[in-house]
Design a protein around this ligand. Sequence first.
Ligand code: ZN
Length: 242
Amino acid sequence: MNNNSFDTLIKLHKVEKRLLEINHSRGDLPGKIDVIKNKINDLNNQSQLHNDRLTEIDKRKTLLTHTIQDIESKVSSLNDQMYKVKSNREYEALLSEIDHLNNENLNTIKELEEFDDEVKKIESSLNENNESLELLNNDLSNKDNQLKETNSEFEKEEIELVNEKNSFIENLSEVAESLIHTYNSKKEEYDGLAFSAISRGCCENCYSQLPPQLIIDAKNKEQLVNCPSCNILLYFQEDDSL
Ligand SMILES: [Zn+2]
């Protein structure tokens, strides 16, 4: 490894560190926005199911209303026939048919009434959903605006950093593959940062005092140096003193 590739690696590290800082400044807004969007989605799906059920009930109610009208008209015509009966047997038969139809009518009316209860419940649930949706949508638009503000604050810097990062990565392609591999696996191990600066003779990541020889090695930039305590990669800041 030469000094040049080490410097490129450190530059890449610094760019990535700044990008992480920017990302942290967004806080948990993106996560919160996702949670709100999921809730809105769930409520909309629930409302859709409610509305489907209301349509279904409406169709059934129309059918039942027609059935009731049919039964009533049959009963009315049977009642008319009652005046014309000539035998007890005929009378009994008509009476029993009317009874049967009246029972059927009662059942149909009961079914209709049961739907009324269900419709009331669905409508109140739909109202609750709408109220929740209104609150959630307000919350979502507030958080969206906050995120947009944060994004616009850092937008330019972030684009520049990403460009820089890409150009460093291009430069890095000349460096031994194992170096990039070590850098990337360290990044995963240490929440996105492979390196820690040496500050006042200490590792900035774990604050442990470093042996003088290790600091000299880090200054020489001829090999990657790990912190003996926390194992993060170390680099020496030129403007820092021992
Ligand atoms: Zn350390």
